[in-house]
Design a protein around this ligand. Structure first.
Ligand SMILES: Nc1ncnc2c1ncn2[C@@H]1O[C@H](COP(=O)(O)OP(=O)(O)O)[C@@H](O)[C@H]1O
Ligand SMILES: [Mg+2]
Length: 245
């Protein structure tokens, strides 16, 4: 599979430095540092309520930052509104999927699509190739889709914004094991095609196979990070950090 060439030559596609962020007077993130290199898959983990979604939201201007900096593809995007960050190449698969319930699959995909030309550009045909199930359900409305199909739709929709970094927040949450496996398989295809990914999840086995590095948040601070190989070799320690053991 081909993807559009990244317009950015530096090795760090996303670089977050010293980020404080939250909602109004409620500070949630404290001095967070995190980077994603071109072609890298980084797993963001932590117990519920530790700030993972807030970090994702702060990338898209949906949580307010009070200190620190977010650099994406060589630009300081701190505080940019979501549509501008998306246009710069950051693709979001939000927690809870947020598909349009009364629009059908094709209308959902068209709603946020950014058409692009050239080799590797995402088209409706290409996302249907990646998710044949969505092609079969093309005329069905969002509220007629299963959870797994909605998740595929959310990923397909993000790809159609032509991202150079895809951010997925709990993309396998609440899905049946076979559907989860399908989502992980798809992320593997995207990684092998060279897409950079920041993935919030807690499936250590799947992340161990897919990711290059992991970062753990605890009460809004990075408390642990390392190569993805640690997800199996230090599994017990990591499970304690993320509250699955
Ligand atoms: N819109 C909001 N306004 C105020 N506080 C929020 C809001 N959203 C989340 N929080 C708080 O921020 C903290 C981190 O939440 P979140 O980033 O969603 O955690 P996670 O994604 O790791 O489960 C929690 O204490 C949560 O209650
Ligand atoms: Mg969350």
């Amino acid at each position: 599979m081909n993807l559009p060439p990244t317009r950015f030559e530096n090795t760090d596609l996303l670089r977050i430095r010293g980020l404080n962020a939250g909602y109004g007077s409620a500070q949630v993130l404290f001095g967070v540092d995190l980077h994603v290199a071109v072609g890298e898959v980084v797993a963001l983990m932590g117990r519920n309520g530790m700030g993972k979604t807030t970090l994702v939201k702060s990338l898209f201007g949906l949580a307010q930052s009070s200190a620190g900096q977010i650099e994406f593809a060589g630009q300081n995007v701190t505080g940019w509104p979501g549509y501008r960050v998306a246009r710069a190449g950051l693709g979001l698969v939000p927690e809870g999927r947020h598909v349009f319930r009364s629009l059908n699959v094709i209308e959902n995909l068209r709603a946020t699509e950014r058409t692009a030309q050239g080799e590797g550009a995402w088209t409706l045909a290409r996302v249907f190739e990646l998710f044949p199930r969505l092609a079969e359900r093309a005329g069905h409305r969002g509220n007629q889709l299963s959870g797994g199909e909605q998740q595929m739709l959310a990923i397909a929709r993000a790809l159609l914004t032509q991202p150079s970094l895809l951010v997925l927040d709990e993309a396998t949450e609440g899905l049946a094991p076979l559907i989860r496996a399908d989502i992980w398989r798809t992320l593997g295809v995207l990684k092998r095609a060279g897409l950079s990914v920041l993935v919030v999840d807690r499936d250590l086995t799947a992340l161990g196979a897919l990711a290059d590095r992991y970062v753990i948040l605890d009460k809004g601070r990075v408390v642990h990070s390392g190569p993805a190989s640690h997800l199996s070799t230090e599994r017990a320690v990591i499970e304690r950090h993320i509250g699955v053991a």
